[in-house]
Design a protein around this ligand. Structure first.
Ligand code: IMP
Length: 425
């Protein structure tokens, strides 16, 4: 497989973990490039379920090199939990797992600041974050006061940490939260540093070396295009670039060495947290999608908001990511619907709108213009080829591709590895 960037084309939770796991078979190196433990990538292997928050989803494949790139913000406690759990479950990754020494560290005050900001926010100020400290950690990175994994594992860590905790405590107290104890943090994080030190490395030579050896490299996006800090529904977004460009800045891969971009979309749409969502269904259809699709956040357990497929969103994602092919997931969730709708455009302020407005207040006023298609009322989750699919399901998929101008490379009809139809990839 050529060098591939895989991104979510909606608001996250598109089923990227499963697709990455499947593609890892043909890949030598899997690299996470942004986000942190706000992500939750679910992978089912046989009867076993794994929920990965920081570890690249390729980790379950023996022999594949997995890298957490510099663009990720790493919570060492969450990573150690994941490392230990995988070891306990018999996954061996010694010598093939690396964390960039340039990746920034998420510290307890980031989580405390995130939670306190959310608690104090009312109305439109509330983002509905995962409270994993992601925004404050990226803020510190950009403000040039963050600590990096290289700092965490260095002997200077206690000294470097001291001033940061003092500053954060001033802010926390001003916000009405409790100050954190420096000694506790230093002790806990020094222990985490000891556990993680063997994996912390300069990942640029590893990545560039793999490129020079013509290895197959897969860049694993987290969250989704509409949660991108620049292109998403700001301010109801995460704090990183979840779009394809983030793979370059988040790992060091030169843009001209990316061969293809794969977009992952659900056959319908979901969103967790606050913010506009034009095709959201607050009726029985929305409940059916949530129930059939088990739409609860893999990280926070929050119920996901559900709605029809939004071709305006998917087209926008295709354009700004340069998506060559779709991986369309969870088609089976639509199996029981008699009629299925697709938003083909919006109506806003009396005009037809074919693109995503930058203003969230304008997006909130957008009313979807729907096209309706007949459902197939047939169970698709055991189907193993396109030919087996009912004609109505094929028509639906063809229409999604036509409306977005992108062909389908992969179709997923269930959570298991074998419920994956590899059509062009
Ligand atoms: P944060 O990334 O925790 O700051 O949260 C910002 C927004 O992104 C919130 O609406 C979250 O629900 C959403 N979000 C963050 N990570 C994910 C994810 O992996 N899947 C879906 N939504 C996410």
């Amino acid at each position: 497989m050529p060098t591939t960037v895989l991104v979510g084309a909606q608001w996250g939770d598109e089923g990227k973990g499963k697709i990455i796991d499947v593609l890892s078979e043909d890949t030598d190196v899997v690299v996470r490039f942004q986000g942190g433990s706000n992500a939750g990538h679910t992978v089912i292997v046989g009867d076993e379920k794994y929920v990965l928050h920081l570890m690249p989803s390729g980790i379950l494949h023996p022999g594949k090199v997995c890298i957490i790139g510099n663009g990720v913000v790493v919570n060492p406690v969450a990573l150690v939990d994941e490392v230990n759990e995988l070891v306990e479950r018999g996954v061996d990754f010694e010598g093939r797992f690396f964390v960039s020494d340039r990746a920034h560290v998420v510290l307890p005050y980031h989580g405390a600041l995130d939670s306190q900001r959310e608690a104090l926010s009312t109305g439109s100020e509330k983002i509905g974050t995962t409270k994993r400290g992601i925004g404050p950690a990226y803020s510190d990175k950009v403000a040039r006061v963050g600590l990096r994994m290289g700092d965490l594992v260095s002997p200077d860590f206690p000294e470097l940490l001291k001033g940061r905790v003092e500053n954060a405590n001033q802010v926390l107290i001003a916000m009405g939260a409790e100050a954190l104890d420096y000694d506790d943090i230093c002790r806990e994080y020094s222990a985490m540093a000891d556990r993680l030190r063997p994996y912390v490395a300069d990942c640029v030579p590893i990545l560039i070396g793999a490129l020079k050896e013509n290895k197959n490299i897969l860049f694993e996006g987290a969250q989704g295009t509409m949660l991108d800090i620049d292109f998403g529904t700001f301010p109801y977004v995460t704090s990183s670039n979840a779009t394809a460009g983030g793979a370059c800045t988040g790992t060091g891969i030169p843009p001209n060495r990316i061969d293809q971009v794969l977009g992952v979309v659900k056959a319908y749409t979901t969103r967790v947290g606050e913010g506009p969502f034009p095709t959201e269904l607050l009726d029985v259809d929305g409940e059916t999608l949530a129930r059939e699709g088990h739409e609860f956040g893999a990280t926070t357990g929050r119920p996901r908001r559900c709605g029809w497929f939004d071709a305006v969103v998917a087209r926008y994602a295709a354009d700004i990511n340069g998506i060559d092919q779709w991986a369309i997931t969870k088609l089976d969730v639509l199996d029981t619907f008699e009629r299925i709708k697709i938003a083909v455009a919006y109506e806003v302020d009396g005009e037809r709108c074919e693109s995503i407005p930058a203003s969230v207040t304008k997006l909130a006023r957008c009313k979807p213009i729907y096209e309706e298609m007949p459902g197939w009322l047939t169970r698709t989750s055991e189907m193993t080829s396109l030919e087996q699919l009912p004609q109505a399901a094929r028509n639906y998929l063809d229409r999604l591709c036509e409306l977005t101008g992108v062909e389908m490379g992969i179709l997923s009809v269930g959570a298991g590895r074998r419920q994956t139809l590899r059509i062009k990839i």
